[in-house]
Write a protein that binds this ligand. Structure first.
Ligand SMILES: [Zn+2]
Length: 224
């Protein structure tokens, strides 16, 4: 009996260190570095350096987001290597149409996902569950819109970023045909480049094959 008790205590001590309260153990910076050595596709690429003409508007590095708080210290956009390559191809197509990609958020540390979930008191309609982590935590999701190359202005879309309402759904009926064309162009070009729009957010795109990548909890400062 005593031995069993000792084993149980040791096991619970082990889990306290390896898992968080949601049962996940996200990859830290050293785990990430060794995973890149094993498989270079795991690399988180700095999208602003990698994709010509990319516009960044990293809302969680400001107070202009649904939390009203600054979540990130640096306005950075990272994604896994194959995601960055696919996004670069999409950017080439958008440029042919006279547009450029503007990114609101890309790789997101797991700790930010936990914060969003707790702020939303467990409602996962618009934020990810910390029991599984977000595709953003895997470096495989992009929140974005388009800007006009001539004016630098954002194209009109059905809602603002992170608007938690029915009009944000990519299938929502919208009266203005220009807005519908803008939204549907964004979704179609992204689909041609292996990105699937999220069913409740016209701005969120998941890279096909995201399941292969682990959830990470690494700050932007650690990646530089
Ligand atoms: Zn998103």
């Amino acid at each position: 009996m005593k031995l069993l008790l000792v084993v149980a205590v040791l096991q619970s001590a082990f889990f306290v260190h390896s898992q968080n309260k949601y049962g996940l153990h996200p990859t830290n910076i050293s785990g990430y570095r060794s995973s890149v050595q094993t498989n270079p596709e795991n690399e988180l690429v700095d999208l602003q350096e990698f994709i010509p003409g990319l516009v960044l508007d990293i809302r969680y590095a400001t107070k202009n987001n649904f939390t009203g708080e600054q979540i990130y210290r640096l306005p950075k956009a990272y994604a896994r290597k194959p995601v960055a390559l696919a996004l670069k191809k999409a950017q080439e197509e958008f440029k042919r149409l006279g547009y450029s990609i503007k990114i609101y958020d890309a790789y997101r540390p797991y700790s930010a996902t936990v914060k969003f979930y707790e702020l939303m008191k467990g409602d996962t309609t618009y934020v990810a569950s910390p029991y599984h982590g977000s595709r953003h935590n895997r470096g495989c999701a992009i929140d974005m819109t388009l800007v006009d190359l001539k004016t630098g202005q954002e194209l009109s879309m059905p809602t603002t970023y992170d608007a938690m309402q029915k009009e944000s759904w990519p299938t929502a009926t919208i009266g203005n045909p220009v807005i519908v064309k803008n939204r549907d162009t964004l979704i179609a070009v992204m689909a041609e480049n292996s990105f699937k729009v999220y069913p409740t957010e016209w701005w969120h795109f998941d890279f096909t094959g995201w399941q292969k990548y682990e959830v990470m909890d690494i700050d932007f400062e650690e990646l530089r």
